[in-house]
Design a protein around this ligand. Structure first.
Ligand SMILES: [Zn+2]
Ligand SMILES: [Zn+2]
Length: 424
């Protein structure tokens, strides 16, 4: 019988990004995620290495590159089975393509490895299980983005759950994670927002819509720079739900992602309403459309979310100088990004002294559980003995670890990269 021996944290220890955990059985093992980190000047960083010969399978929790971006490296010389949902696989085709365009120069693999990987995918469904070499794998909805999953590995008498990125809050796009049916003695959980609770979703939506209406009724244009995967579609759904009666445009990679999400309806909370939101908005197809979008009061939802590239940069230059317009940021703005600089200093680039005159606002739409949601997951899982915290700044992970120890009486480990944790 296969025995789960130990896990090694290959990435995501004390950091948000390049998530990777190696679970070792007797001689070989499985990988839970193998993502990229994005450091200084956007140069991608890989997780620690594991030999392909000691891998039975790679499990990809979801299509974000910080969980999936480095996985093609294992297909240079081998052909390892990977497990993911169909939505994740379809999204990865686009995400990987975009990654090669932006960072290809720095990556140790090319389009061939990506093709090989995506050809070898075993598609899995929520609430089902499969077997690999005597270990059982179970999959559950993680509520983070369409297709995201929680994985449970069961071997001999040990069990380990891995959340990937997780959300227990209902959003417009996906159903929330439900940890109640999960049983595991060890939990590897993300801790991105373990220090805070997000404000109630409805309140954020209402404030956002109120501000959008004010700008539009005043004759201005609202630019919503948005992540192409998930947040963009969520914003389109919100605008449609509240009946914004002005033209709504979408531009950038959001366009391709829209098509994939609508072709994978099982992983959407309400496919009909997303379809309605997308079809009642206007797809920007070329430069003529781009200029047209700016001619009258409208809402423009455009990639990229932190204004690092994409058509959003063009729109920003056009709307920035008029106080009638609005620049509404709807996602986390990483340090060093133009979006962060605008929030902190009010200028577009480091050398520019020119302040943005448009109304700048930030809204806390998150697809990660806050502190209470993460605690709810820890409390809900049956048979839990030990919690390992990953995918969070040290301070954030420490906070959740302390509560887990003091209030729940469980063992809690703030993981570091390279750390081995014995499961025997
Ligand atoms: Zn994610
Ligand atoms: Zn992540």
């Amino acid at each position: 019988m296969m025995k789960m021996r130990e896990i090694t944290i290959l990435g995501g220890g004390g950091e948000v990004g390049r998530m990777a955990v190696y679970v070792r059985f007797n001689k070989s093992g499985v990988l839970l995620d193998y993502g990229l980190g994005f450091g200084e000047n956007d140069i991608p960083t890989l997780p620690l290495h594991v030999a392909p010969s000691s891998l039975k399978a790679i499990i990809i929790s979801h299509a974000h590159l910080d969980h999936s971006g480095a996985a093609p490296i294992f297909y240079i010389s081998s052909n390892i089975k990977s497990f993911m949902t169909k939505t994740t696989r379809d999204l990865l085709r686009i995400m990987y393509n975009d990654m090669l365009k932006i960072s290809g120069y720095y990556l140790p693999f090319e389009v061939n490895e990506i093709r090989k990987m995506l050809k070898n995918v075993s598609i899995v469904e929520y609430n089902t299980s499969t077997n690999i070499d005597g270990a059982e794998l179970e999959f559950y909805n993680a509520g983070h983005i369409p297709g995201s999953m929680i994985t449970v590995i069961r071997a001999n008498n040990r069990s380990l759950a891995f959340t990937g990125d997780v959300n227990t809050t209902l959003t417009r796009l996906v159903k929330p994670a439900d940890p109640k049916p999960i049983e595991a003695d060890t939990l590897v959980i993300e801790s991105t927002y373990a220090l805070v609770d997000h404000p109630p979703r409805e309140e954020v939506e209402r404030k956002f819509i109120e501000a959008v209406r004010e700008v539009l009724e005043n004759g201005g244009t609202v630019l919503v720079p948005s992540f192409s995967l998930s947040r963009g579609q969520e914003i389109l759904s919100i605008l449609n739900h509240y009946g914004i009666d002005y033209p709504i445009y979408y531009d950038g990679m959001i366009r391709e992602i829209n098509r994939i999400l609508l072709a994978n309806r099982d992983h959407l909370r309400d496919p009909t309403s997303l379809e309605k939101a997308i079809s009642s908005a206007i797809e920007v197809k070329d430069w003529r459309d781009r200029r047209k979008a700016l001619r009258q009061p409208s809402v423009i939802v455009s990639s990229a979310g932190m204004l690092k590239g994409g058509p959003a940069v063009f729109y920003l230059k056009k709307i920035a100088n008029n106080p009638k317009n609005g620049l509404f940021l709807v996602s986390f703005q990483a340090p060093g990004t133009p979006g962060r600089r605008i929030l902190e200093a009010g200028t577009i680039s480091t050398d520019s002294k020119k302040m943005i005159k448009a109304r700048v606002m930030w809204f806390d739409f998150s697809s990660h559980s806050g502190k209470s949601g993460l605690l709810e997951i820890i409390k809900s899982i049956k048979g839990l003995e030990r919690v390992i915290l990953v995918h969070g700044e040290i301070k954030s992970a420490e906070n959740l670890a302390e509560i887990t120890r003091n209030d729940l009486g469980l063992e809690a480990i703030v993981a570091e990269n390279g750390q081995r944790i014995t499961l025997d």
